[in-house]
Write a protein that binds this ligand. Structure first.
Ligand SMILES: Nc1ncnc2c1ncn2[C@@H]1O[C@H](COP(=O)(O)OP(=O)(O)OP(=O)(O)O)[C@@H](O)[C@H]1O
Ligand SMILES: [Mg+2]
Length: 273
């Protein structure tokens, strides 16, 4: 068989040239509002995420989780501080470089999947490659390969309205992975799913991390979801509150440790569950 891939067929298969942390957030501040009413959504937060980590961000409602994710994904701009991805400061990129960064280096999974209703599962996944200018002949084998790895081959011909919530999220995960991003950002990816679909989705994220080499940062309110990651970063009032590493813990043991911190934060945690 002829090798037709110009880029690695297996996402994450390339070795990054950069040797430091994949993501470094340094003194990140985000201030909303005017003089009369200022909100410090992010109050100088700093942390690192290494290549190959699967990290959860937890914290009470209003603690700055979405703001943090939006700054890293460059949907929002920080008031001050720096965000380095593979050593490059993304807070100083030009508009054009930002578009390229979002397209080539990031994968997104949202709470409500954000699939395009008029496109099939296959077309939703392949769109990312089309936008990048990948030659048309290379697209079907790559989409089929990722769909088979992620177990969504049977829904490729369906439109989003014909899919279950869980299937939509799994197609969205395949879409996020297809361009072999450096970093996958997920905002409450299991938030709208029942517990069975959430578990399938979490096992899939875990597989993307351990077998496909994806570095994943996931915002979640759910300690069960967080127990699938290798580290949980807790934020409170826009700054780092605590962090837990899974180590050799089972899901159950890690879940219990996460719940202890959630319970501690619980007084003001609102809907942290
Ligand atoms: N566009 C905005 N204008 C003004 N204040 C904002 C804006 N967006 C967010 N905030 C404020 O910034 C703080 C952090 O909001 P953020 O959405 O990041 O919280 P969160 O941790 O994601 O909360 P949740 O768990 O409820 O989703 C909150 O106090 C919020 O009211
Ligand atoms: Mg939020």
């Amino acid at each position: 068989m002829t090798e037709i891939y110009s880029t690695p067929a297996v996402p994450g298969a390339h070795t990054p040239l950069y040797a430091g942390s994949l993501l470094s957030v340094r003194g990140l501040e985000k201030v909303y509002g005017s003089k009369e009413s200022l909100t410090h959504a992010l109050a100088g937060i700093s942390f690192d995420v290494e290549q190959g980590e699967f990290v959860a961000i937890m914290g009470p409602s209003g603690s700055g989780k979405t703001t943090l994710l939006n700054c890293i994904s460059t949907i929002d701009t920080a008031s001050s501080g720096h965000i380095y991805v593979a050593g490059r400061d993304i807070t100083t990129l030009s508009k054009r470089a930002l578009t390229k960064f979002r397209r080539d280096d990031l994968g997104f999974i949202f709470q409500d999947s954000n699939l395009l209703d008029t496109l099939t599962g296959f077309e939703n996944i392949s769109l990312a490659l089309t936008i990048k200018g990948t030659p048309a002949t290379q697209i079907p084998p790559r989409v089929n390969a990722i769909a088979s790895q992620l177990g969504v081959s049977d829904v490729l011909s369906k439109y989003p309205y014909q899919m279950s919530g869980g299937q939509k999220q799994r197609i969205a995960a395949a879409r996020a992975m297809i361009s072999d991003p450096q970093l996958v950002l997920a905002d409450e990816p299991t938030g709208a799913l029942d517990s069975r679909s959430a578990t399938i989705m979490l096992e899939m994220l875990e597989m993307m991390n351990t077998q496909m080499g994806a570095t994943i940062m996931m915002v979640t309110h759910d300690a069960f979801a967080a127990s699938y990651t290798s580290r949980v970063i807790f934020i409170k009032d826009g700054t780092l509150f605590n962090e837990l590493r899974r180590g050799d813990d089972s899901h159950d043991a890690f879940f219990n440790r996460i719940m202890e911190v959630v319970a501690f934060l619980g007084g003001e945690a609102g809907h942290v569950s």
